[in-house]
Design a protein around this ligand. Sequence first.
Ligand code: ISE
Length: 340
Amino acid sequence: MANNLRIAVIGTGRMGTDHIKRLTHRIAGADVTGVVDIDAGRARSAAVLAGDQAKIWDDPHAALASGEYDAFVLTTPGMLHYDVLMDALGRRLPVFCEKPLTADGPTAREIVDAEAEIGRRLIQVGFMRRFDAGYRRLRAFFEDGSLGAPLMLHCRHRNPDPPPNFTDALMIYDSVVHEMDGVRYFTGEEITEISVRRGRTTTGGDGKLSDPQQVLMRTESDVLVDVEIFVNALFGYQVHTEAVFERGIVDIGNDEGAYIRSAGRWGGEVTPGFEQRFAAAFDAEFQGWVNRLRAGAAPDGPSAWDGYAAAVCCEAGVAAQQTGAATAVYLGDKPALYRA
Ligand code: ISE
């Protein structure tokens, strides 16, 4: 195997620091040797997390141009992704890009077209659920057909509380985006139509969100999907999926772990948040990405096309939220690079 990958992490907020810790302590074959943030204090703390071996930058383009890194992890807010990705593509540098790929469908399409023009995959998008053991197990039933054709997916996505300044649109862009990618991952099909229903709102939040909401989707072969997105669920974190096939039902995402009987009660622990629920998935996602790059191979995780498709689905979802009408999803041609 080649030397350890020299990685620069661009953006050292919540996800950036989580990934620095992961790459530094749990992933083999990679060193975080650079951190980039316009906030100098945050960058310094991030460098310490990387074992104090990381060079600090305030400009991502300078880090990209330096020639000091083999790969980049991009965890800035989504609206800053486009310029960094375009620069990295121009330099043929691999980037692991946390979702979203970019801020909107048209710019995401530009990234797809630019990468397709190069003819080699350089970008992997951080849809970590694809690396969750339960997700993989469920997908196998879609692939092997042992339970017959898939008919429906019932998804529940519950958060204890939303991030600060969350909006109805972010419930789609930041949360339901994972189910959109999940549906595409399980079925291997594109989503063709999305509707959103709002109902009674919980008194458990600050009253600014319409929460919970129901997002309904249809795929190319007419698999129907319903998603409950509930971001002030208070009790803890839950991502649960039930798939209905012609000859069986498969459900994943029930809390696992010890089942305790004590003091006249029975039960176990509820997962507190997505970092815990998907910790193993995040690790598997990064280990796979590092292994591929070290072997000189292109990344094989979620692609720029997957990021683009998710962006277009989110836009349709937000339009459906605003109009109350079923909204069609139109992706246009899929370049050969993504038609493996
Ligand atoms: C957050 O950004 C995530 O990606 C989590 O997986 C999701 O559950 C949560 O709703 C989002 O806010």
